[in-house]
Design a binder for this molecule. Sequence first.
Ligand SMILES: *Cc1c(COP(=O)(O)O)cnc(C)c1O
Length: 466
Amino acid sequence: MNYVSTRGRVSPVGFAEAVMMGLATDGGLLVPAVIPQVGRDTLRDWSRLSFQDLALEVMSPYVGGEIPREDLRGLIARAYAGFSHPEVTPVVEAGGLKVLELFHGPTAAFKDVALQLLGNLFEYLLQRDGGHLNILGATSGDTGSAAIAAVRGKERIQILILHPKGRVSPIQERQMTTVLDPNVHNIAIRGTFDDGQRIVKDLFNDLAFKAEYQLGAVNSINWVRILAQTIYYFYAWGRVSGGDPDRRLSFSVPTGNFGDCFACYLAKRMGLPADRIIVATNRNAILTEFVHTGNYEASEVYQTLSPAMDIQVASNFERYLYFLHGGDAAIVRDLVEQMQASGRLTVKGSRLNQVRADFDATAVSDADTLAQMRTTFAGSGYILCPHTATGVWAARVRGNAVCLATAHPAKFNEAVQAAIGQDAPAPESLRGLMDKPTRCTELDATTQAVREHIRATLGAVGAGPA
Ligand SMILES: *Cc1c(COP(=O)(O)O)cnc(C)c1O
């Protein structure tokens, strides 16, 4: 399988190169040159597979022979061995709702499903092809812990994650700083999340430094993250439909970066019998506005009860634009230029009709999020995390939608308390975190302080320049 850039200025690369490249070198996103097709008989067969066996089938055409099948099977087994539910991503019933639980991984949020696989792929490819990867990222909470959990203890990989000191929740902080593996380096900066992002961006823009220390990103735009997320749509469909290819299901998807929505769209383009894809946003409603009007325009970022969705510019949106325009990279370049010049892009006419055929969308306020958490709990005793609640609210007019549960509610107990007046019981992975030993370096929020720290750290572990 070849991968091309949404902006059309990278010569096609294979799967392994796409995994290691992350962001395409022309600033675009990598997408498969063709979308593999799944027929009715295959759907029936797939509906009987375990999550791991299904993952192998879904991924195989995308890997395209670059990894021997048995190696890929082993990678998948290792990636999902740390999940606490035997089905990995089970569908549960809660008061008439169908909930696709994606939070049984080591950090209790759906990002584990993709990052655990990506971590194992990185390790495999580095062992096979040589080289080192030093991952540098800034986090406001969830992504940092999932990335650390994905690569802890892995050979040839070091990870450095910046978080704003005192500005992530105590649980999120401990999920990162209690990981004591020698390849994990937590940095608490005396500043904000924006400071962290700025520092990381500065260091990536320092091309000599980036090359010298082989810095890579924990990209939310890595193709493997999308690919891994398509697996659970097929899995959920198989469990709910019983394998009848005429049984179409709708999905309700809480989103900020459009990653999960794009994964569902891709699954549908592959042949998943999906009916509606419901985009659920919080007050940061840029994607909902786009589906309704064709205008995609960023405004300020509002803080909400669903912080992992407090995003304005959705990093995966460009992939959808590419397929919406039939793979015409010149149009994508035009739209990106519009966005860069005026902070806005517009899709009109038949293209807009297509957008509306592809997606429904609803923006959900904090008040409605809490109301949904309360109603679901009162009706069934099931506790929704605030992100999940936006999707459930958005889906309530469509009886048969499968709602994605993106995090365990115990990660967001402040919102849970506000909604139902009690805490959600913590899963095993979140228990005892506050009593464990921690390791973390505190630094001033300056690029220079972080640069020097990286030199000292990577020099000491031998993953810096020789
Ligand atoms: C990251 C995250 C989301 C949003 O995911 P997208 O990639 O933006 O679709 C939703 N809920 C939780 C709990 C998350 O951590």
